[in-house]
Design a protein. Structure first.
Lengths: 357, 572
């Protein structure tokens, strides 16, 4: 069942396009993240869903009912959604309990019911002891949980989060990721999460929408985004990667310094003569000598270690396979090579995602 | 051996009594003379009988008559009403300017600034021309339109007094409110919107409570302003026979002179002022939520739709009452043979200015005095302020905060109380400064030292000490660092501070009225001299000269310092 349908939405600000032709359907209970660098239009898109900004083009439907179009846009207070803001926007003149009760009071619930639900949600976010405190007396993480409680207590169908973790330090950020995902699962809300942090997006989301300069680059699960990026932007924005340029030559794919048999690559036909491959450093296996007597012998090529960095849990080796380009390969910490050593690399076509240039 | 020992001792003494320590001691002495001593003398003299000896008689006389007590009650009432009216005038306007898409914001801000720099006693005078019983322009228009027997407004009344003070005090409230609103991020309101609150509900449940501490602070400030204002009181309350604390003090200071009784009578005013300022500081500090959670989040303007014109109309109404109508009638009267005859070619004349500038024996002198005293006061105040601010902020001496406390102290002393203290301390022999230029200049210096200090301190705090360290590490002395680095960097803000003090001193009434002598009248003293003649054409002429002078210096300030001039926190 579709909770939220965004169809061909665009938004201009004074002639500058902030969001271009954005379409997305969210199923009930789905957790979708809008991921992209600052200025990519993700927050603008979120604010259009919330109803703070009307779209310049396209429509947004909530439960099949039109809520946003260029001509008419329901105000945020009529959408029954909830939102968590980058600054938390906890009202400092109200106690924790008053903050959380605000939305319930607007819904004219009885005093008893309000108290019951505030108590319950404060228990869920582990803030019961701090109900009577003012926000100024709370830590950043506690303020964050007040914001969560305030947004969730009204049991919204749709929860929107605008970079909620960017003001927290690294440890707390990791903890809150799981907290948010846990609450999402517990209450079954449809969630739209905006962030520029790819790690956040990867661990929390069912699907990720990668945006760049106002446009959608790719919509996919975290697994597919990482392993089969479809654009150069997605490949470089998510994780580290090697970009390898190649040309097609009858039965071979020719790289600088080596070539691989074309029969092992899929779907190269519609990409033209020049092809860009994305290859993760972690997908490359290294060996001191050419492994003998194994299948797919033809994937192994020889190179030379140009430089190396040690990270404690792994090594990064820059390797020149002979054509003057360098490939970065990760190796586990015990696999030690020295600069200048000859080394064999396995470049498996199934780990190489072809990207249109 | 002995000579060596001796030499070591001398250098040790020299080292421990270096330049900064000497500066510290001399600054402390100057501040004691300017701030502490007058207050101390004020307190002591209130217990002295004119013949000498301790007595409680001054207090008995000061509070022994119901007329004197009524003055207190009236002043408290006045302060309360003015402070509330200021909220009514300023808050909608401030909200419109800082949070909505109300049109004409620039103009509104310029006119609020103009209201701010208009001396309240000039405004009060123009309101006599506007709402004097029967003859006032508004009353005549009313009678003309409705054929009424008499006008509807009487400025010579308690409501008239409240209005005429509030209409020139509301810029304080405006500045406080816009500053606070400027810190409320839009996300605070967005959060209420998304949970189901409309714009109106969000404004009242979130925005207004957030700026309440600032509004309380402004309320207290305008309350105290109204309680201590002497100019408007003389112009409106005196003819209306409304007794006020200020007028009563003035009476004690007139003939026969009762300085001791005046000192006793001013004690409650001093205590109320200090108490309320203390309260204000506590409120602003303890409940300063806004600055606390203001980080993050942009600020977007609220689209008011058609209501934005209503808000503009309201602002225009307030500002025409404070600026547009008063300036029009003052201009008309200044260039008129008889103001009541209205605007016509044969009523137009320059005779008033000719009279003031060439025929009157004292006006020219008073203009010269004003420039002289104000620039002297501004220069001395700034020199003091910058020295104190530098050694306090750079922590060059222990107990620096004593100096800064003393420098800020005059802010909580009403001008006329300070004047009485100055009189008590320096009018009698041996100094016998009564009626001299020196006592006026020193009183101005003291009165506006807090403005100078706040500005100087902010400017110095804005200069990273490492910039001076960079000079010394390259081999330069601290003095070289001050001359070549600190000085040039401070130039602009110090010019701004100098102009602020100059403008404030050039229109100062309360201390000038209590301390001037026959040859040391300033323009504002001159103005009150002329009110006794009741010639409104001449008065308006002098008002125009005064306003013109102020305007020139404000313009210089705006050009040199930029838009923040005066509307920033200079007077905090």
């Amino acid at each position: 069942m579709i909770r939220l349908a965004i169809r061909n939405v665009g938004r201009d600000f004074g002639g500058v396009v902030a969001v271009r032709d954005f379409s997305l359907e969210l199923a009930v209970g789905e957790f979708v993240t809008l991921l992209g660098p600052s200025g990519c239009g993700k927050t603008t898109m979120l604010r259009m869903i919330a109803g703070f900004i009307p779209p310049s083009r396209g429509t947004i439907e909530l439960n099949g009912r039109l809520v946003s179009s260029p001509s008419a846009s329901a105000p945020p207070e009529k959408r029954g959604m909830s939102m968590i803001f980058q600054s938390y926007a906890i009202w400092p003149h109200m106690t924790v309990a008053e903050n959380v009760a605000f939305g319930l009071k607007l819904r004219r619930l009885s005093a008893n019911e309000i108290r019951r639900r505030v108590d319950e949600i404060l228990g869920v976010v582990r803030l019961s002891e701090l109900a009577a405190r003012y926000p100024a007396e709370l830590s950043g993480g506690q303020q964050q949980r007040v914001a969560l409680a305030r947004a969730i207590v009204i049991q919204p169908e749709v929860l929107l989060l605008d970079e909620p973790l960017s003001n927290l330090d690294a440890n707390l950020r990791e903890e809150m990721r799981f907290e948010i995902r846990r609450l999402h699962d517990e209450f079954g809300m449809t969630t739209v999460y905006v962030t520029h942090d790819q790690a956040e997006a990867m661990v929390m989301s069912d699907r990720i929408v990668v945006m760049n300069q106002g446009s959608i680059e790719q919509i996919d699960t975290p697994y597919n985004l990482y392993n089969s990026p479809r654009t150069k932007f997605v490949a470089s924005f998510i994780g580290r990667t090697n970009f390898l340029v190649a040309t097609r030559n009858r039965d071979e794919v020719v790289f600088r310094g080596f070539s691989l048999p074309a029969s092992h690559f899929h779907q190269l036909e519609d990409l033209g003569p020049q092809i860009l491959f994305c290859l993760r450093p972690q997908s490359i296996r290294l060996s001191q000598s050419k492994p003998a007597g194994i299948e797919q012998e033809e994937f192994w090529i020889e190179g030379k270690v140009v430089s190396r960095s040690y990270f404690g849990d792994h090594w990064d080796y820059s390797i020149d396979p002979g054509g003057g380009m360098t490939i970065i390969a990760s190796a586990e910490r015990r696999q030690q090579f020295h600069v200048g050593d000859a080394v064999w690399l396995e470049l498996n076509p199934k780990d190489m995602a072809a990207i249109r240039i | 051996m002995e000579t060596l020992w001796h030499r070591w001792d001398v250098t040790k003494i020299l080292r421990s009594w270096d330049v900064t320590k000497i500066l510290w001691v001399s600054l402390a002495l100057v501040l004691i003379a300017l701030v502490a001593n007058p207050l101390l003398r004020l307190f002591m003299i209130s217990f002295e009988s004119p013949a000498g000896g301790l007595t409680l008689g001054n207090y008995i006389e000061a509070f022994g008559r119901s007329r004197y007590l009524v003055g207190f009650r009236n002043s408290l009432l006045l302060g309360f009403n003015v402070a509330c009216l200021c909220l009514l005038f300023a808050v909608p306007m401030a909200w419109g300017v800082s949070r909505t898409n109300m049109p004409g914001k620039k103009l509104v801000q310029v006119l609020v600034l103009s209201t701010f720099v208009t001396p309240p006693f000039l405004g009060a005078t123009s309101w006599i021309l506007l709402a004097g019983p029967n003859a006032g322009w508004i009353n005549r228009a009313y009678m003309g339109i409705f054929g009424a027997e008499s006008g509807i407004l009487n400025i010579y009344s308690f409501p008239g007094l409240v209005f005429v003070i509030a209409i020139y005090s509301f810029p304080y409230t405006f500045v406080f409110a816009t500053a606070a609103l400027g810190l409320v991020s839009s996300e605070m309101e967005d959060a209420a919107n998304i949970l189901g609150a409309g714009q109106l509900k969000a404004t009242f449940a979130v925005t207004l409570p957030l700026i309440t501490p600032a509004l309380l602070g402004a309320w207290i400030l305008t309350f105290l302003e109204a309680m201590a204002i002497i100019g408007s009181s003389i112009i409106v309350a005196l003819p209306a026979k409304i007794n006020l604390v200020t007028l009563q003090l003035w009476e004690f200071f007139g003939y026969p002179l009762k300085v001791e009784v005046a000192a006793a009578y001013s004690m409650p005013l001093l205590l109320i002022t200090m108490g309320l300022f203390w309260l204000q500081q506590r409120i602003m500090r303890r409940k300063s939520y806004v600055s606390l959670t203001g980080r993050g989040g942009e600020r977007r303007l609220i689209d008011l739709g058609r209501f934005r014109w209503v808000l503009l109309a309201y602002s225009a109404l307030i500002l025409s009452l404070s600026i547009i109508l008063p300036y029009l009638v003052l201009l008309q009267a200044a260039f008129a043979k008889a103001w009541a005859r209205g605007v016509s070619w044969n009523n137009l004349t320059l005779a008033n200015f000719h009279y003031l500038l060439f025929e009157h024996s004292l006006v020219k002198q008073s203009i010269l005095n004003t420039f002289l005293y104000s620039s002297a006061a501004a220069t001395i105040a700034l020199a003091l302020a910058i020295s104190i601010a530098y050694i306090v902020n750079r922590r060059l001496v222990p107990f620096g905060h004593v100096l800064s406390t003393l420098a800020f102290a005059p802010f909580v002393i009403p001008g006329l109380v300070l004047a009485i203290g100055f009189y008590a301390a320096y009018a009698p022999p041996p100094l016998a400064l009564a009626g001299t230029a020196a006592i006026l200049v020193l009183a101005f210096v003291t009165r506006f030292l807090p403005i100078a200090y706040a500005n100087a301190s902010a400017a110095i705090r804005g200069i990273n000490p490492e910039m001076e360290d960079a000079v010394t590490i390259l081999g330069g002395s601290r003095l070289l660092a001050i001359r070549r680095v600190v000085g040039p960097l401070l130039k602009r803000s110090l010019l701004g501070a100098w102009l602020l003090v100059f403008i404030a001193a050039s229109r100062e009434v309360s201390s000038a009225l209590f301390l001037y002598g026959p040859k040391t009248r300033t323009m504002s003293v001159m103005f009150f001299d002329l009110t006794e003649g009741g010639n409104f054409e001449h008065l308006s002429g002098l008002a125009i000269i005064l306003l013109f002078t102020t305007l020139i210096f404000v313009l210089i300030g705006l050009m040199a310092v930029g838009r923040d001039f005066m509307l920033s926190k200079g007077s905090e």
